[in-house]
Write a protein that binds this ligand. Sequence first.
Ligand SMILES: Cc1cc2nc3c(=O)[nH]c(=O)nc-3n(C[C@H](O)[C@H](O)[C@H](O)COP(=O)(O)OP(=O)(O)OC[C@H]3O[C@@H](n4cnc5c(N)ncnc54)[C@H](O)[C@@H]3O)c2cc1C
Length: 503
Amino acid sequence: MFRDGVRKSIWQEEIRKFPSKIHTDPLYDVAIVGGGITGISTAMRLRKAGKKCIILEASNIGFGTTGGTTAHLNNFFDTTYAEAIKDFGLDNAILLKNVGIEALHIIKNNIHEFDIDCDFEMKTGYLFALDEKQEKKLADIIEGSSKVGHRIDSINDIPFPIPFKAAAIIPDQAQFHPVKYIKKLTEAFIAAGGAFIEKCLCESHEEFDDMVRLHTSKGIINATHVIYATHIPPGINQLHFMNAPYRSYAIAFTLKGDSYPKDLGYDLVDPYHYYRIQEIDGKNLLIAGGEDHKTGHSDDTGVCFSRLENYVRQYFDVGTAQYSWSSQYYEPVDGLPYIGVLPGSKGRIYTATGFRGNGMIFGTITSQILSDLIVKGSNKYEQLFSPGRIKPIAGFSTFVQEQATVVFDFIKDKLLTEKITSLSEIKDGEAKVIRYEGESYALYKEKGGSLHMVKSTCPHAKCEVRWNSAEITWDCPCHGSRFNVNGKLLTGPAVKDLQRIES
Ligand SMILES: Cc1cc2nc3c(=O)[nH]c(=O)nc-3n(C[C@H](O)[C@H](O)[C@H](O)COP(=O)(O)OP(=O)(O)OC[C@H]3O[C@@H](n4cnc5c(N)ncnc54)[C@H](O)[C@@H]3O)c2cc1C
């Protein structure tokens, strides 16, 4: 498995494993945990600044959301400029606009400097409103954008076969192949003297006045600074209560004929649908995404794919679905990512999380922010994205309510898990959380008969896992940890497996 689910993403073919090496350096300048776009971009930047760096990845590059993204490179975000002005003020919203522009420059510079062939293309973006409510939303987006100086213009036509009420055009967007990009960046990092270890799970850390000791599945690593580029930091941290995990679904289709829309498209449905094309083996595919929901909050995740496919088939002359996959992102409580010193750290441990659906850009800008903080001691975006900020904004109470739902569901799970008298009651292909002699277990029976049985309590914060039929995984609705059917940890913040029961 090269990704944190059983379905194959369109990018996965390009993932390569790097030869395992034992690194015995007594002290690195920076240990970067996580081999997604955030970790690899940041490691490369620090290496260029002369820092002795090591990347520690629990599985392989692209194993996390970077291998399951759709890789639109946008300079507008899920948090609109209008929302950013309202919650953070005009000056900060202008800073946010600059992030989009600068991150795209960083990506272009890396492509140029390291000669990366990653299907990078500049594109035009189109936003379209399908009903009156969305029309109002679009008008707010256009107004907010003009206040921060971000170019977006109303138009009367879009290059997508979708009926719409109002639309806008956004120049200077882009797209690329995320795994080709991080693979080449990793090769360049290693060629520049960086150290990289795969299959190395970081389990805990001890922070001292002058260094940090990481306890990993491959032994102890010491570093002056540590960066958790793990999408959400491992262990228990206040950031877990300020970010909620969500799943999003993507399908890559062939279309009958050659009517592929060449640009990037987004409707304003909640949750929204997003479109782009990608060439694989000389053939275009239309990638459509959407159907987002809170992790663990869908009774049948497989149905999300049918809904997405049916939706797309209404408008496009679809041939076949070549790839379909889902992946996870984090929604921050106040709409902006958290990039900087890990709350609770003495100042030597950093993290980056809460990227919503814009992590190609926020993961890239993380490379600038965290390398500046480590090398120079400050960065212009430091305050805006500080994980220590407290923003009592309007969305805060909704978020708290949402988190309360999670806790309620968690209690309900504890009370309502099914009681069974014999394992033979589980049918082929079925997954259930059951209660037996005072303990709850998660059971999955493969078609063909093998039974997989694990304790159902997530080792991170003791919530009960939920079945994800789309990816054949057990997902924790509270903070997003995910496990395979044998309980093996796929994604943190947990750092331990679910306990396996031999059946
Ligand atoms: C379906 C979908 C579509 C998206 N589309 C877009 C888009 O079009 N544009 C955009 O900008 N963003 C998009 N996003 C968001 C974006 O893909 C993510 O924000 C981004 O990939 C996160 O990158 P990352 O490097 O921070 O995390 P990840 O890619 O998840 O990498 C984290 C890595 O850390 C490793 N790790 C975790 N814990 C440990 C540990 N304890 N020890 C060692 N290693 C560990 C994991 O194995 C993983 O490889 C999308 C997200 C989804 C879900």
